[in-house]
Design a binder for this molecule. Sequence first.
Ligand SMILES: [Zn+2]
Length: 196
Amino acid sequence: MHRLTLNLPDWIGPLLAAPLPDLSSVDARMRLAIDLARRNVESGTGGPFGALVFDLDAGRLVSVGVNVVLATRCSVAHAELMALALAQQACGGFDLGAAGLGRHELVTSSEPCAMCFGAIPWSGVRRLVCGARDADARAIGFDEGPKPTDWVRALDERGIEVEQDRLRDEARAVLRAYAEAGGAIYNARGLDVSKT
Ligand SMILES: [Zn+2]
C-alpha cells in the first residue's frame, strides 16, 4: 500500500471534452460548479458538492472536482481538494500562486468545510467563491467541522479574497435534492450535527 489514486467519475471526461459555456462571469463559473454537484448526485457518483479552479488571468478553466469520498474510500476526497490537487497537477507544481502562473480562483458549490478551509492557504489560490453556506450543508446533516467563525477574515488576512452566497439558492437546491433522495450523509465519527 504505497500508492494513492483518486479518480473523478467517468462522466467528467466527456463533460470536459464537450464545448464549455462561456466562463468569463463569476455566475457562469458558479453555475458550472453547481452543475457538477448536481450531476454527481444524479449519476450516483458521490455527494452533492462540486468545485473548479479557474485561471483569472488566462480566463481558462484549469480543473474541476466533485466529492468522491464514497467511491474512492477516502475521507479527504472532497470536491475542493480534488479540484485543487488536479489544478496543481495541471500547473506542474504544488503552489498555484507560484511566480509565472496566473491568479487562480477556487469556485465551490458549498462553503468549504474545516479541512478544505485549511487547505486553501497552502494551495496558492488568490480568490474563493462559495455558493451555499455552511449552514445549508448542516441543515441536511453534513458536518462542516470546527472552522473558525471568522474564517473569511482569516483568509482575507492571507491575501485570499472570499465571496459568499453566489447563486446560493441554486446551490442549496442541490443539497436539498440530495437529502430528499435519501443520499448518504457521511461525517466524522460520533457527532450528531443536528444538535449543534
Ligand atoms: Zn471539504
